[in-house]
Ligand binder design. Structure first.
Ligand SMILES: [Zn+2]
Length: 444
């Protein structure tokens, strides 16, 4: 039994609801590893990485939502972020949702993996631990400074806008049995793969905005795609998703804009992106236009009730992940860095499950609007399933929360193999656990 008790203890009247927006810089120092250390480290900062979030006050214990321009926050690192934000906001870590946008020229933070590679002595670091701690300190300060300036929430607004020419499924090239033959990655120049259809995606950017009277105080945007146009060139950037968010932020300096990446485990811009420098501004504009369209016709309503629901899951690791073999692989100095640093994340996941540290799924209900917080590189099917589970409610899904399990395919896709399945750290029954958890926290 790996699905622990789900809690739904606080449907609260939301009359006193307040919101405190915060943001702080999380740009790594020059020389910092990117994406786990197997691509070029940071040499230049093209644009900064940020953590952007809100604290909701006045309806039960505070709730914190935060998006970070990093590749991932895994296991203990994810717990550390949630704990720091919780302490600063005066709440508990299970009422904090932290999600990465998943850019790749950025830190991919797992503290256990860092300890493992550091012990080898000849491997690039996973994450600079002093820098990581400084980010947590900044997080605390940003939240503590934001709370006294909290604004009343008189009503919320929600809407969506369709985006063309960004998201496309990575797993569309298959044989007649359904097996994936080649991946359409973030950038693609293979004309056969480009010609294939979008495949399964969610074409909508969704927005939830918080208003104090006529003033829009914070606007949360959700869209499911890997956010990279090109990477591995040592140039730190928030890439097209971050750049679109920053452009919208410039339009409206008095409203905090936050961008969450949805269930994009099998979704990227590959059909529309050849990886050239010219394409980054094009993708940025398409996403920016989607955000603007999403906000153009917001339905508005006062918030009558608020609920925060959680479900804990502890999905079992793949039986093919054998700790001793993985340790051997990491220790083999003739192996490429990727074949040593990447397995350190596998070993970290095994150790974390041994310690029975669960993954927390959560959902914020604001009447008929539901925010859903999912872990890691969840497949797009989960986001579409969440929407159908919630019937007529308006669901915004953020994935790339706790990154411990790496890819989270739906169970049917394991037999179809491909890259994502090869680096999925859990057995297919993670699907049933996630789906059961989603049902519990999405229903009223
Ligand atoms: Zn990814």
């Amino acid at each position: 039994m790996s699905l622990a008790d789900s809690r739904a203890d606080d449907a609260t009247a939301a009359g006193a609801l307040h919101i405190a927006p915060f943001r702080f810089d999380v740009t790594p120092p020059i020389g910092h590893s990117c994406c786990g250390g197997w691509i070029k480290p940071i040499e230049v900062v093209d644009d900064s990485l940020e953590a952007v979030g809100v604290v909701l006050l006045g309806a039960g214990q505070p709730i914190v939502l935060c998006a970070v321009d990093w590749t991932g926050l895994l296991n203990e690192a994810h717990v550390a972020w949630r704990t720091a934000l919780a302490q600063a906001a005066g709440t508990t870590a299970d009422r904090v949702a932290v999600h990465c946008v998943h850019q790749h020229n950025a830190p991919f933070a797992c503290l256990e993996a860092e300890r493992i590679v550091a012990a080898e002595g000849d491997l690039p670091h996973i994450v600079d631990v002093d820098f990581f701690k400084r980010c947590l300190e900044q997080a605390r300060q940003a939240v503590e400074q934001a709370i006294p300036k909290a604004r009343a929430v008189t009503h919320i607004g929600w809407g969506q806008g369709k985006i063309e020419g960004v998201a496309s499924n990575r797993r569309v090239h298959r044989d007649e049995t359904g097996k994936v033959l080649a991946m359409r990655g973030s950038a693609c120049t293979d004309l056969r793969l480009i010609a294939l259809p979008d495949g399964l995606i969610d074409p909508f950017c969704k927005t939830l905005a918080f208003f104090d009277g006529e003033k829009k105080v914070a606007s949360l945007h959700y869209y499911a795609t890997h956010p990279m146009s090109y990477y591995a060139d040592g140039r730190c950037t928030s890439d097209f998703a971050g750049l679109a968010r920053k452009q919208r932020q410039q339009d409206e300096p008095d409203c905090l804009h936050i961008y969450f990446t949805g269930c994009a485990g099998n979704v990227s811009a590959g059909k529309y992106n050849d990886g050239s420098k010219e394409m980054r501004p094009v993708l940025t504009k398409r996403l920016y236009d989607g955000i603007v369209a999403s906000e153009a016709r917001l339905e508005r309503s006062a918030v009558k009730s608020l609920a925060w629901k959680t479900a804990e899951i502890l999905p079992p690791p793949r039986s093919s992940l054998l700790a001793e073999m993985i340790a051997q692989q990491i220790a083999t100095k003739t192996n490429a860095v990727v074949d040593r640093n990447r397995p350190s994340y596998m070993l970290s996941w095994l150790r974390r499950v041994e310690q029975k540290i669960p993954i927390v799924l959560s959902s914020l209900h604001l009447d008929g609007v539901k925010l859903l917080h999912l872990p890691a590189e969840s497949f797009i099917e989960y986001q579409l399933r969440a929407q159908s589970l919630a019937n007529d409610d308006f669901v915004c899904t953020a994935a790339y929360g706790d990154g411990g399990p790496w890819y989270i395919p739906v169970k049917e896709e394991y037999a179809n193999e491909g890259y994502e399945v090869s680096v999925a750290f859990c057995e297919p029954d993670i699907d049933d656990l996630m789906t059961e958890g989603m049902k519990r926290i999405l229903t009223n």
